[in-house]
Design a protein around this ligand. Structure first.
Ligand SMILES: Cc1cc2nc3c(=O)[nH]c(=O)nc-3n(C[C@H](O)[C@H](O)[C@H](O)COP(=O)(O)OP(=O)(O)OC[C@H]3O[C@@H](n4cnc5c(N)ncnc54)[C@H](O)[C@@H]3O)c2cc1C
Length: 290
């Protein structure tokens, strides 16, 4: 069984999802980790290069990131292979068995595919074993550029680079309309800083322009799978849950005891977030001595 893991880098660093896939794939069979040379993802030249390299692989694993999802679908199409997108688990034996959320997270499906196949795996779906060695990465050249696609410019977002990337953060602190306005976001940021977390938001918040769109979590926003997801003043609409129910531990703070978010929360605080969160952040800092 030969597994090809496609590595992704951000700002020169190998993304955690690559390490997670490489570590897990070692239990499937022989693993090769490859990265296409160059910092910027290019769908046509990268898709062709990876498909070429993957020709003799039984399984191709790609991180279900923004670029990874695009790449994985291209590689599967080019090779004419079965493709499972956005998996939360992948098992081999009698073909390939995958778990993946469907219908905006309302159901979790288990599907069986014939090998060879391609799968994209959600960041955080597999735990990175402590002390796991970084895999050797083989650099491959992008395919020849036929000029059909031209890079014009890259505009980093205003919030880019300040905190850990939302999609890969191990801890996410998200907030909703319960925050009342953008002027109160310091409460969210203070807690996020104390936890070393990325910040997220509900769509009510991004639609209102309180926070940038790239912070939106949910069906039409980002999907996150952190170890800890903290939801502050978020009601728990199904479209929000679609982006965060695979989080390992969910903590919700809401003043409404009947809020839907409590149905999926592991820990819930029924109370006013303006009282609870600053006090909790202070207590956290005291305990940690920061
Ligand atoms: C096609 C479609 C796609 C969508 N995609 C997304 C998506 O990707 N992501 C997303 O988030 N939404 C999405 N939505 C919107 C979604 O349906 C909800 O409207 C939205 O998630 C609500 O955001 P919210 O929880 O912040 O606000 P609300 O539903 O208004 O909830 C605010 C919560 O704050 C609580 N609260 C208020 N004051 C306090 C306080 N002082 N202390 C504690 N709690 C307090 C309230 O009890 C309430 O539960 C989508 C909708 C549609 C139709």
């Amino acid at each position: 069984m030969k597994v090809l893991v496609v590595a992704e880098r951000k700002d020169g660093e190998v993304r955690r999802v690559t390490l997670e896939m490489a570590a897990r794939a070692a239990s499937f069979g022989e693993v090769e980790v490859v990265a296409v040379k160059g910092e910027r993802y290019s769908p046509l030249t990268h898709g062709a290069a990876v498909a070429d390299r993957a020709a003799d692989a039984d399984l191709v694993l790609v991180g279900a990131t923004l670029n990874g999802r695009d790449l994985a679908a291209r590689v599967a199409a080019k090779l004419g292979r079965a493709y499972a997108a956005d998996c939360t688990d992948v098992r081999v034996g009698d073909g390939l068995t995958v778990d993946r959320p469907m219908y905006a997270g309302k159901v979790r499906a288990t599907a069986r595919l014939p090998l060879p196949a391609v799968a994209s795996v959600r960041p955080g779906a597999w735990t990175l074993p402590a002390g796991a060695a970084a895999p050797a990465i083989a650099e491959i050249d992008p395919a020849a550029d036929d000029g059909r696609l031209r890079f014009v410019r890259f505009e980093p977002t205003a919030s880019g680079g300040k905190r850990v990337s939302l999609a890969e953060a191990r801890v996410v602190v998200s907030a909703g309309r319960g925050l009342k306005g953008p002027e109160n976001w310091k409460i969210v940021e203070d807690l996020a800083d104390a936890l070393g977390a990325a910040t997220g938001a509900s769509r009510a918040v991004t639609d209102a322009g309180w926070r940038p769109n790239e912070e939106q979590v949910g069906q039409t926003g980002k999907t996150v799978t952190p170890d800890l997801y903290v939801a502050l003043g978020i009601s728990g609409a199904i479209q929000h849950l679609a982006g965060m129910t695979s989080s390992k531990v969910i903590v919700a703070v809401n003043k409404d005891p009947d809020a839907d978010i409590f149905k999926i929360a592991d820990y819930g605080v029924v109370g006013d977030l303006f009282e609870f969160v600053p006090a909790f952040t202070d207590a956290l800092k005291r305990v940690r001595g920061t």
